[in-house]
Design a protein around this ligand. Sequence first.
Ligand code: DMJ
Length: 659
Amino acid sequence: MYPTPPPAPQRDFISVTLSLGRSYDGSKSWRRRSCWRKWKQLSRLQRNVILFLLTFLMLCGLVSYIGVADQWRAVNGRSAEERKVRPADPPVLPAPQKADANPENFPGVLPQKPRRHFRRRPPNLQIRAPGKDSEDRRQDDTQRRDEAVGDARREENTQRTAVSWRGAVIEPQPGTELPSRKAEAPPKPSSQAPGIQNQAASPNERQRAVIDAFRHAWAGYRKFAWGHDELKPVSRSFSEWFGLGLTLIDALDTMWILGLRKEFEEARKWVSKKLRFQKDVDVNLFESTIRILGGLLSAYHLSGDDLFLKKAEDFGNRLMPAFQTPSKIPYSDVNIGTGAAHPPRWTSDSTVAEVTSIQLEFRELSRLTGSKKFQEAAEEVTRRVHSLSGKKDGLVPMFINTHSGLFTHMGVFTLGARADSYYEYLLKQWIQGGKKETQLVEDYLEAIEGIKRHLLRRSEPRKLTFVGELAHGRFSAKMDHLVCFLPGTLALGAHHGLPADHMELARALMDTCYQMNRQMETGLSPEIVHFNLYPQSDQKDVQVKPADKHNLLRPETVESLFYLHRLTGDPKYQDWGWQILQSFNTYTRVPSGGYSSISNVQDPLNPQPRDKMESFFLGETLKYLYLLFSDDPDLLSLDAYVFNTEAHPLPIWVPPRGA
Ligand code: DMJ
């Protein structure tokens, strides 16, 4: 027998039937009616207790919702006026990906506890991935053939023990003289060298957060862009510039320094089996020198693996045709397959920073291989630029002509794009060569005086010291984020015995670079800022034009923070770097892997990902953050190594006593 159907529910009370537009079967309908009957069977007291509890729970929910909304307004809804006078709130740490990266696991270590709620998470940056394109497949086919050849040298190299980066590995060299290739080759990096340790000290909490960031970036690159130049993290694809695995090579030494040996070995295998330079492709001399040549040389020094030196020598040889110009000032581009070199299509000029920021790498390549041609070609450029007219108290114009060898576009002076690393390499070559090449340091010292005289100003109302630009006698309060390399370089010079007031200037400029980040709503600096010079105006010190609001994950601020902390010991620089790392994690981290440059550092709700992870994010930004968070002065000691402009450490040729 079927049970007697229960009475139809009375709809004048709270209905427990939610009409979802579905048809229900008889048994479900029966169960609902049964519930209703049970409810009717309850005593009035029982029903009142249940209703009271339900009402109480709903009220709790409502109160909590209002609280959240108020806090949200407090954090995000400040008036425009308030925003003008207050720096942006420090960015909030995102939900950590791994337990060991969670700052809350390490109470007492962090300068400030991140607020955990109330701020809306940044927009989800995920987009569907396209499949591999035909170019990718074509390269795979070509490289599969290469793979078959194998690498006999690999066997030989696996026997070599890794060398540490914790101290100098280069024995004193006789100045900048080159050893002959066979008779007097420089000593190979070797774990047998005194004072060498093979294991990194265990990373601290903040360093572990950097390792987590690196792993996340690497995971994206490995999955969606393996062997290609750059990851496009949002579209989960890649872009090519030279088609030489730029990110992979740029990141080799970072992996070594961070202790990511498994990742390093996998990348090493790619270099061994897939990286071929015999291809018909134009590369930019400067960019490929600092990233590829510098990256390979550094990987060689850290790992002691000959493979990297052989690749570096092959690549260096292919760059040499760029120097075959009437003036000996190299062309900007060279085809590494055909050897055809040329300037950009629209001019016969090269950029001054580019032709004067390849010397560290070319000199080191000569020292290691015994082949003088690399050093000679690069140093000829230095000599010619040194003797040129058109400078202003050591400041150089931005362009130089490859036919005449003269500066062009005279009268414009900047420490930003197209001139920046000229100054950096004057100092660093002097350090690399054991501080013997006085002409280099004289040019550097003169330039710093030129900066003080012509480009230095203080902003209003906070009196931030900044480096502007000069165009035909007119001062512009414009400063590229690129200029933020300068505090670090000044501090490095002071450490190596240059005037103490360089360190004072370094500290002042470091404050400014920090404010360029801090005063943005995302905590990340834009590409270019303009400083306010007028005391009476109600403007903030740091102004940003609409076209300049992007952040490309550049390293310069954290690079200088590393030097300032290493050379002063002041922990505030670590705290500032920690804030910047949090901002990168909050606004640029793409959930599916990788980090993306963004278009608007002033809009935390929509920073507008640009779908590109530049190779220097792994080569420089994360490396400098990791080094910044270390308290060990022997970790890549500044008395033993000099970093090229892409953050690749190269040995100082004559380390001071005791280094
Ligand atoms: C890097 O390639 C180098 O640091 C270069 O000197 C300047 N530009 C980028 C990083 O911003």
